[in-house]
Design a protein around this ligand. Structure first.
Ligand SMILES: Cc1ncc(COP(=O)(O)O)c(C=O)c1O
Length: 404
């Protein structure tokens, strides 16, 4: 082995010794809620396709039909001939088209606001580009301790000072605002509305009060709530009637919206500023037109998925109750249901046991979660029924007792 690679060899060995080594898993086949992995069909409990749209056969067929058809609901005919398959350029060069504007208008219409929407290639691109563009060296970022890696990386790229407040501790957040507000030009409070690894929620009302009291900007990442909450899936800020109080609302389209990309909803001024400063937007090839078209197709139908949203809530409550009844430690109060197993090795064992019993639920370990808080993160989707998952609590409980 070339000694130049020794650092990386040792780092990988350390990860392996700590039961934290990751590798790609090859999925052979994905059909509705059933996924085939290692030639074994099992129930997919690790997907962010919360409404079950990505594998909804009828919906996919309708979309392919619409792409090929001379006319579709939004009038974009002959998509492939008009724009090609790839966008082949940044949006600031030739990667832009009327489809983008249509999608951004559709997002504003969905939220019923006069704000401006701006599309990014993914939630990761959006957090990286927006945070680093908005916060400069005279600014302060106040960030929840459980914020997603993409938020953390956006903060790292910015030149701003960052202070992390304990998870959902608005008292501590206020103390930080009180002590520091006057020392900085702008202050940005950043949080998720529904936390990706814990499935719990931010106290949006208090955050809005604090942002107004201390004249700060409020940045809310709705990656896991967009599509799921609200009358047409607009998310938790909309459900709380607070959209107009949020300065930057971020939603991803790769999760409940079953597509790819992300959007922010913000003031037109901020949109113009970001078009000129957000490096992940400026220096990256824009999404392929077919992906934009699929986003539009899904958004046009968002109102129709209410039954799916209601079932998702109902099945999540039932499963959480069953896990608690079995004496297991769970977190959150949503469709993201983490069973806290703490120890890395035990978490991998539980995941393997579930797989042997026909369930695919991957172990979540540091750095995705804090040390000693490893977990099995169950993602409910609206095509699951309780009979599918009724055996799981007892299976995990038996293993935990045996391993204790
Ligand atoms: C809270 C949060 N924000 C942003 C992202 C990134 O979104 P995307 O997958 O579209 O890059 C994720 C992804 O899991 C997330 O959980």
């Amino acid at each position: 082995m070339n000694p130049i690679y020794q650092t990386y060899t040792q780092a990988l060995k350390r990860l392996k010794d700590a039961d934290q080594l990751r590798s790609f898993k090859q999925i052979d086949y994905r059909h509705t809620k059933i996924i085939t992995y290692k030639n074994t069909p099992c129930l997919n409990l690790s997907s962010n396709d919360y409404l079950g749209l990505a594998t909804d056969e009828a919906l996919c067929r309708e979309f392919y039909g619409a792409v090929n058809a001379i006319s579709s609901r939004s009038g974009n005919s002959d998509l492939i001939n008009q724009y090609g398959l790839g966008s082949s350029s940044s949006r600031l060069l030739t990667g832009n088209s009327i489809l983008y504007e249509t999608l951004e208008n559709q997002i504003c219409k969905w939220y019923g606001v006069d704000e401006a929407a701006l599309i990014f290639n993914s939630g990761y691109h959006a957090n990286l580009g927006v945070i680093s563009a908005l916060a400069g060296k005279n600014d302060l970022i106040l960030s929840d301790s459980l914020n997603h890696a993409s938020i953390i990386d956006g903060i790292r790229l910015s030149k701003a000072r960052c202070m992390v407040f304990p998870h959902n501790d608005t008292g501590r957040l206020e103390a930080l605002l009180e002590q520091n507000r006057a020392r900085f030009e702008n202050v940005l409070i950043i949080t998720e509305s529904l936390f990706s690894m814990d499935g719990d929620r931010a106290d949006l009302e208090t955050l809005v009060k604090l942002k107004n009291k201390y004249k700060a900007l409020l940045y809310i990442d709705e990656a896991h709530s967009a599509g799921v909450f609200g009358p047409q899936g607009q998310g938790l800020c909309y459900q709380a009637g607070l959209c107009d109080q949020v300065d930057i609302l971020l939603g991803t389209m790769g999760k409940a919206l079953a597509s790819h990309g992300a959007y922010i909803l913000t003031r037109p001024l901020i949109k113009s500023y970001l078009i000129n400063t957000a490096r992940s937007l400026i220096f990256s090839t824009s999404l392929p037109p077919v992906a934009i078209r699929w986003n539009l197709f899904i958004l046009e139908r968002m109102a129709e998925f209410d039954k799916k949203r209601k079932h998702l809530q109902a099945i999540s409550i039932k499963f959480r109750n069953a896990l608690t009844h079995a004496g297991l430690t769970i977190a959150g109060d949503s469709h993201i249901i983490p069973v806290i197993t703490c120890d890395n090795k035990k978490t991998v064992e539980v995941s393997d046991l579930l797989f042997d019993n026909g369930f695919l639920a991957f172990p979540i370990r540091p750095p995705s979660v804090p040390v000693h808080q490893s977990r099995i993160r169950f993602s409910m989707t609206s095509d699951i029924c309780f009979e599918d998952i009724a055996r799981i609590p007892a299976l995990i409980r038996q293993h935990m007792i045996k391993a204790a």
